[in-house]
Ligand binder design. Structure first.
Ligand code: SF4
Ligand code: SF4
Length: 383
């Protein structure tokens, strides 16, 4: 397992592969404990707990008893349980009651990440950001009851607005190659609607690309939901591309987007956890999403770096994907942000070392003019 840092909270490192909570629901107490044992054995230390279902909180609380410090817990604020049903709420009294109940059932007095639950619409965001709800969330952080504040969303416009407040440390966002093509919408169902993929697309939606780049520049960590598009990406008949990806290609796609620290998968069994952890022993070919994306007729990714790393190895050792990423972050900003300059400096080889041999361009499945990019990066960074 590998780990990535929540940069705004120096001491939180999360496993690149994380758990959702849906796979626990309905299981016995012994199964909760066995699933948690297995996760920790595999090095999975991160879980998202969107559900307000008390049975999950009781079961998982029992499973982490005596080892709370081994897990990074992401719990939601504004996800409540009322009359035996899930409720999304911005009512502070209800949110507070649900949040306190969550801590009590989990047997902890803090969460590592407090995630404002599911904000896709402008009006909802207004209600969150301009009222008591955000003050409640900030107070949780000030008191150390949450260590980081996050927000979950499927809409890049709403997410961007939230991120731009400067209050957000972590964004939980739906990322996969299909959703990345869709224009912003306040209706999450648009992402699942086959009609919306019929016309085909050229390159990823610029709003999503801009959101990922903004988060990377501002050190805001993205943890990913819908990595497999609810399973559709894995099925040729259901995939909007008409081609099935495998799980490792989906994970690799997400982990190579800027700012992403972790993909959350709703494993229902220990075997599923083991299979996903096989990502680390999978071959380069098994993880290569570019093999699928570059062969589609209706969906074209062309001329834009997808950070797939397929162009490696460079003759002089330049990490072309990373150089392109830092170049794009700087071009989007109009100047080189200090954090990006630091990251660029840490690269072993820099764009200025490019000898223009063209080897990489022959290997790029997306027709990126890499030599031009290296020249541009040399001009932008100065070496
Ligand atoms: S330049 Fe091409 S091959 Fe290299 S990382 Fe970008 S898209 Fe992939
Ligand atoms: S053209 Fe430049 S970046 Fe590409 S392989 Fe040659 S030296 Fe490396």
């Amino acid at each position: 397992m590998k780990y990535r840092e929540i940069k705004r909270c120096k001491n939180i490192k999360v496993s690149e592969i994380a758990l959702g909570c849906e796979g626990f629901i309905g299981k016995s107490r012994a199964e909760y404990i066995a699933m948690t044992d297995k996760a920790l054995d595999l090095g999975i230390n991160f879980i998202d707990m969107y559900t307000p279902d008390p049975s999950f909180r009781d079961g998982f609380g029992a499973a982490i008893k005596g080892r709370r410090d081994k897990m990074v817990l992401q719990g939601h604020i504004g996800s409540a349980w009322e009359n035996g049903q899930y409720l999304r709420t911005r009512d502070v009294a209800k949110a507070q009651k649900a949040f306190e109940d969550q801590l009590k059932r989990l047997g902890t007095d803090y969460l590592d990440i407090g995630m404002i639950h599911y904000a896709d619409g402008e009006r909802d965001l207004d209600e969150i950001l301009n009222g008591d709800f955000i003050r409640y969330c900030i107070s949780l952080k000030e008191k150390g009851i949450i260590r980081a504040l996050g927000i979950s969303s499927h809409n890049p416009i709403a997410a961007r607005r939230a991120v731009e407040t400067g209050l957000i440390d972590v964004l939980m966002f739906s990322v996969n190659a299909a959703y990345d093509m869709q224009p912003p919408s306040e209706n999450v169902d648009d992402l699942f609607e086959p009609e919306n993929y019929k016309k085909g697309f050229v390159n990823a939606d610029p709003n999503r690309t801009a959101l990922y780049e903004l988060c990377e520049r501002e050190d805001i960590a993205i943890d990913v939901m819908k990595t497999f598009g609810g399973g559709d990406m894995l099925n040729a008949e259901l995939s909007p591309f008409g081609v099935a990806f495998n799980e490792y290609q989906c994970i690799e796609y997400c982990l190579t987007r800027p700012a992403v620290v972790s993909v959350i998968a709703g494993c229902h069994s220990q075997a599923e956890m083991e299979r996903l952890s096989g990502y680390y022993s999978a071959s380069r070919e098994e993880k290569d999403y570019s093999a699928v994306l570059s062969k589609m007729d209706k969906f074209k990714f062309h001329g834009n770096c997808m950070y797939c790393g397929h162009c490696a190895p460079c003759t002089v050792g330049i990490n072309v994907a990373d150089v392109n990423k830092y170049l794009n972050l700087s071009l989007a900003q109009g100047s080189v942000p200090e954090t990006v300059a630091d990251h660029y400096k840490l690269l072993e080889h820099h764009a200025g070392e490019c000898i223009g041999c063209g080897r990489c361009e022959k290997n790029c499945p997306f027709g990126v003019e890499i030599i031009d990019k290296m020249n541009k990066a040399r001009d932008v960074f100065g070496y």
